[in-house]
Design a protein around this ligand. Structure first.
Ligand code: GAP
Length: 437
């Protein structure tokens, strides 16, 4: 039987593997399910995604500051947050093939979707990874790998307030790893067991929370457009009563239309005063805020924006991917926004002689302090352009015979495939304008 036609996601997975964006974790040992490693291009893309978020959410604003909290936290944190009691998914096992499923993902209750076998009753399965701290493995030394970065922010709320001269309303942003022992993992890096989150918690006066909630919704939608994501492929999804997390009074997802359907990219939640009040109670410390202007004391409400780094990367890859049928062949292009493209410019000598490689290396050395660039002298120049198109390099700079006469080069645009000629001395400013807008 012929192989079924690969879907867009299959093609993206294959490109990511082939070109060094993303590999299966521990591949030489047969791979570890739902864990991935980022290769040379993947790690550049990931850094750029995180920088873009950090600049937008923290550096651009006077009312948001950053934090980097430890992954391991006092276990009481997770009791206070409700995760020990409530961070569970309903799970069922097949009595015949022994496969495990999330109960709400089984189309016919009681029947295994894989083998048709009989299923067990539903049990609640806690998604937190447990480990032990210190040399003794007993219940007193249990610690959890954090399932969200948010709690590290809440327990530092007072530290930040006391040390940074912020006043409510203000926010704390953080990027870091989170871990969930997901029952069902799916769609490449969409749902994994180890992933990174980019979260911002905004502390506001009760009563102003819904206004701030709406303002952050708007801001986060604009962010994805600025990141270069097609706005027609993003939308809001409001959580119904049955979907709301245990801490949320209101929640919207920003969804993206992935090749496998509309799915959550980011969650925006009104967490009320749930978290701070719980930490007050469990830690026995006062987390209220005294407003010196109105002379009021209150426990702030929290508006949270929570995005996944890996899921954003999958969204960017899906959104950027295109196969163009040209006259003679098919061109694979990743139309990344220049700010997040892993390589900003390819640098090519047209031929490996007449001093062209030396000039190309000089250009490489001139741009390297500012941008990730890639020098390539092997094969026909057309092939070199295609190799860069496939990894989303927005510009290719070629040194040719005219360069030897007047110190100009051609700069080829990935999307239009048009070339323009400019002075070598103008390259840095040109790239700066294109990348930073
Ligand atoms: N602090 C709130 C919170 O964690 P969430 O909706 O559970 O909310 C926020 O997660 C974001 O984290 C999601 O929108 C998604 O981008 C990312 N995320 C959650 N679970 C994930 C997983 N298993 N794999 C990859 N990304 C995940």
């Amino acid at each position: 039987m012929a192989n079924p036609t690969p879907t867009t996601l299959d093609k993206i997975i294959s490109l990511c593997r082939r070109r060094g964006f993303i590999f299966q974790s521990s591949e030489i040992y047969g791979g570890l399910n739902a864990c991935y490693d980022y290769g040379p291009l993947g790690v550049e893309l990931k850094r750029n995604v995180k920088d873009f978020w950090w600049n937008w959410m923290v550096r651009r604003r006077r009312d948001v500051v950053g934090l980097d909290a430890a992954i391991l936290m006092a276990p009481r944190v997770w009791e206070a947050s409700g995760h020990v009691a409530g961070f569970t998914d309903p799970m069922v096992d097949c009595k015949v093939c022994k496969r495990r499923f999330r109960a709400d993902m089984v189309p016919e209750p009681g029947k295994c979707p894989e083998c048709g076998g009989q299923m067990t009753d539903i049990r609640q399965f806690n998604l937190m990874f447990k480990t032990f701290m210190g040399a003794v493995e007993d219940s007193a030394s249990v610690v959890y790998l954090r399932p969200e970065t948010a709690q590290g922010i809440y327990v530092n709320y007072r530290n930040v307030l006391d040390s940074s001269r912020q006043k409510v309303p203000f926010g704390i942003g953080q990027i870091g790893k989170a871990f969930r022992n997901e029952i069902t993992t799916e769609n490449f890096i969409f749902r994994t067991r180890e992933f990174e989150q980019m979260e911002m918690q905004f502390f506001v006066k009760p009563g102003t929370d819904m206004e701030w909630f709406e303002s952050w919704k708007e801001d986060r939608k604009n962010y994805y457009s600025a990141l270069g994501i097609n706005p027609a492929k993003t939308r809001f999804h409001q959580h119904g009563e049955d979907e709301l997390a245990h801490y949320a009074a209101a929640a919207f997802d920003i969804q993206y239309e992935f090749p496998f359907g509309w799915k959550e990219l980011e969650g925006i939640h009104n967490r009320t005063d749930f978290d701070l009040k719980r930490h007050q109670e469990y830690a026995g410390v006062d987390l209220s805020y005294f407003d010196e202007v109105t002379r009021e004391r209150y426990v702030p409400y929290i508006i949270e924006t929570s995005a996944g780094v890996d899921r954003t990367m999958l969204c960017i890859l899906c959104d950027a991917f295109e196969e163009q049928e040209l006259e003679k062949d098919t061109r694979t292009v990743l139309h990344f926004h220049p700010a997040i493209a892993p390589v900003k410019a390819g640098i090519f000598p047209l031929v490996k002689k007449e001093g062209m490689p030396e000039i190309a290396h000089q250009i490489e050395a001139m741009l390297q302090p500012y941008y990730a660039v890639f020098y390539d002298e092997s094969g026909a120049v057309g092939r070199r352009y295609r190799r860069q198109d496939e990894v989303g390099t927005p510009f290719c700079i070629t040194v040719d015979t005219e360069t030897l006469e007047n110190e100009t080069v051609t700069v080829r645009d990935r999307d239009t495939m048009q070339q323009e000629r400019m002075k070598i001395a103008e390259l840095t400013a040109f790239l700066h304008k294109k990348i930073n807008g």
